[in-house]
Design a protein around this ligand. Structure first.
Ligand code: IVH
Length: 649
């Protein structure tokens, strides 16, 4: 690579990153990005004196600080006055109109994260400072540089402070917490805490791994000339920052209210958590006239959304036993209305969480409900205790069948395969949508069938007859016949549904589809080697599958005979050819889509896998082949261009 190629490559990478992280509009695949990135890394290793300050390699989080130094903001970071309802908003508007009758209002989301001040000088990001007390914050430039939606350089050369909120998208938040749950670490209470905690990490690689996002909402010191805030913000967005998902300029309270209602309505669908809408006077000259109180600007207000967090009391902790035997604790709380929904239960995740948060019966707690997720307890109000609260003792016996629980540390498990909770939940799972999708097998019916002794496992469902059902309490002719029809209709389903319905640990819908496609009815005879060679199936899954087959082979055969699932169409045995029985990996851009080439190879009897390993026989590559090509070369895998592959066929 020549110097000019390097400069062009950095520029390209920054453009791709902007499209990906700022505009949500990716231009290229990750693979193509990685390839160019590695070329840049290689050049920089050979020419360390020529590294550009805006090279994406400069974002790599490998700096460990001993602590953060204090740093003054160039101009103060303010807080916001809150309005909690329409009345509050009206009062704020009256106050504001008294100062200036002829103003309009810029409305944008109030993001729920941690505020951050970015200082750019001569077009370069020179400092990132937390809000702190508004005058002095902490210098966290190294961490800030790992945030991909913050440009390292901008096309504006005067000194400017760009302020905004650092957030964690809701999906990323769930991902982080799931990982923490698995590792037995304390969970983050909400995306705000997760964002704030991630920003102040001494090891910037931790910050980098958290996928933080920066959303600008204003400027401090600046030499911009715009008359209106909305123009000023458009200028900022155009420097390479993310736009809000929704924004508007409003003339009066009715317009403000309709934007507010819209935002409230859209709230759940946004990637980031919002806690309200911020309304700001749009005319900069009027902002300057209105000025500030000791704490807040007179020209802005936060019109809050109804809180998703409420205080309530823990009345009881009950235990649920799932189909795998895992026992999960659930808190029963004093019923509380949260944004229109009465919450009575909150998940406690697992027993470690109860210990860690020290949740006691009678405790006052903060619960959070957001989206479709189950409400959770995010904090115990320890200072509210009066001594009557009762510590919760970890159970040793299954709450349903009383058999001894296996204590795995984080998880407690009921080991009894005949435990009614396990059986009932397995049947419910068997009948659920992503499995056999049997209508009319609700929990009441399943419990009745189980407790009558008629159904002890899913196989028994198919021995039910009208006479037997009519003997049960509450089963009239119509209800019984409906149930029998529904069971009859479960026959002839797709084979992956059948596999999924078996409820094999670690084998969900996606893996069931893979297994069904790869082996068809023959999956019971697959070897471990066969299984792990499937895309997306690892050791743990393969072992779980094999163990299940070992224990349940008879049941599988019996169920399959009853349910007559459809065998996925098997390819005809391929004639002898160089690809038959071989494993191939595809990479780069080819003359046909990868799906089409995969199909061609599979018809030749090859297995097409997603990643290169020692087991790969061929790597077939097109233009812009990336890291897979490098890996294949390093492993000595035969690499064929597309035309070379075709020549062999
Ligand atoms: S403006 C000059 N706009 O809310 C006014 N703040 O409660 C200063 N925040 O510290 C703030 N979204 O961290 C403003 N669109 C938005 C915001 C926003 C979130 C945060 C910010 C501020 C806090 C005040």
């Amino acid at each position: 690579m020549k110097k000019q190629d390097y400069i062009n490559a950095v520029e390209k990478l920054n453009l791709y990153a902007k499209h990906y992280y700022v505009l949500d509009d990716p231009l290229i695949t990750d693979e193509e990005y990685d390839k160019l990135y590695h070329e840049v890394v290689a050049y920089e290793e050979e020419n360390p004196n020529e590294i550009l300050i805006d090279s994406p390699t400069q974002r790599v989080g490998d700096v460990i600080s001993e602590g953060f130094t204090k740093e003054s903001h160039l101009s103060r970071m303010w807080s916001l006055e809150d309005a909690f309802d329409n009345d509050g908003l009206q009062k704020w508007l009256e106050k504001t109109y008294k100062l200036d009758k002829n103003v309009t209002f810029y409305c944008e989301p109030k993001y729920d994260g941690a505020s951050l001040n970015l200082i750019y000088e001569d077009g370069r990001l020179v400092r990132g400072v937390t809000r702190g007390d508004g005058s002095v914050g902490e210098l966290i430039t190294q961490n800030v540089k790992t945030i991909k939606s913050i440009p390292l350089t901008i096309d504006y050369f005067e000194t400017i402070e760009i302020r905004g909120e650092v957030v964690i998208f809701k999906e990323e938040f769930e991902r982080i917490n799931q990982a923490r749950l698995k590792n037995g670490e304390a969970l983050f209470a909400n995306p705000r805490n997760a964002a704030a905690g991630s920003l102040r990490q001494l090891d910037s690689s931790v910050t980098a791994a958290r996928n933080l996002v920066f959303l600008p909402y204003g400027v401090g010191v600046n030499g911009l000339f715009h008359k209106n805030l909305h123009d000023k913000m458009n200028f900022i967005y155009n420097l390479g920052f993310r736009k809000p998902p929704e924004r508007a300029v409003c003339k009066n309270i009715d317009e403000i209210d309709s934007v507010y209602k819209q935002m409230l309505h859209d709230r759940e669908s946004y990637s980031m958590a919002l806690d309200g809408m911020v309304i700001k006077v749009d005319e900069i000259a009027s902002q300057i006239d209105m000025g500030y109180t000791v704490k807040v600007p007179r020209w802005a207000v936060a019109y809050k959304f109804p809180a998703l967090e409420k205080i309530t009391t823990v009345k009881e902790i009950v235990l649920q036993v799932g189909r795998t035997g895992a026992v999960t604790p659930v808190a029963i709380v004093e019923p509380t209305d949260i944004d229109g929904v009465v919450v009575e239960r909150a998940t406690l995740h697992n027993f470690d969480e109860i210990d860690r948060k020290d949740i006691r019966l009678g405790d006052k707690v903060i619960i959070l409900r957001s989206g479709d997720v189950i409400p959770k307890i995010i904090k115990v109000l320890v200072h509210e205790r009066d001594g009557s609260e009762i510590k919760y003792a970890r159970p040793t016996r299954c709450p349903v069948c009383a058999s001894e629980l296996l204590d795995e540390g984080v998880l407690l498990k009921c080991q009894n395969l005949e435990c009614s909770a396990r059986v009932v939940n397995s049947i419910m799972y068997f009948a659920s949508k992503p499995c056999l999708n049997i209508d009319g097998l609700g929990v009441k019916i399943v419990e009745a069938l189980f407790h009558s002794g008629l159904v002890k496992s899913v196989v028994d469902l198919f021995d039910l007859t009208l006479e037997k059902l009519l003997e049960l309490d509450g089963f009239k002719e119509k209800k019984s016949q409906n149930l029998l029809n529904a069971l009859q209709n479960a026959r002839g389903s797709e084979y992956w549904r059948f596999i999924n319905a078996l409820g094999i640990e670690h084998i969900g819908e996606v893996a069931s589809k893979t297994i069904s496609e790869a082996f068809g009815f023959g999956f019971v005879n697959a070897t471990k080697e066969d299984i792990v060679s499937c895309d997306g199936i690892g050791e743990e899954m393969a072992e779980s599958l094999l163990e299940f087959i070992r224990v349940n082979a008879q049941t599988i055969i019996k169920l399959q005979a009853i349910l007559e699932p459809l065998e996925p169409v098997k390819r005809e045995e391929a004639k002898e050819n160089p690809f038959k029985g071989k494993t191939a990996v595809l990479t780069g851009t080819m003359s046909q889509s990868r799906g089409e080439i995969k199909e061609t190879l599979e018809n030749l009897g090859a297995k097409v896998s997603g990643s290169v390993s020692k087991k790969t026989d061929f790597l077939i590559y097109g233009e812009d082949a990336g890291s897979k090509y490098d890996k294949a070369m390093s492993l000595g895998v035969v690499c064929l261009r597309e035309d070379e592959m075709r020549a062999k066929i």
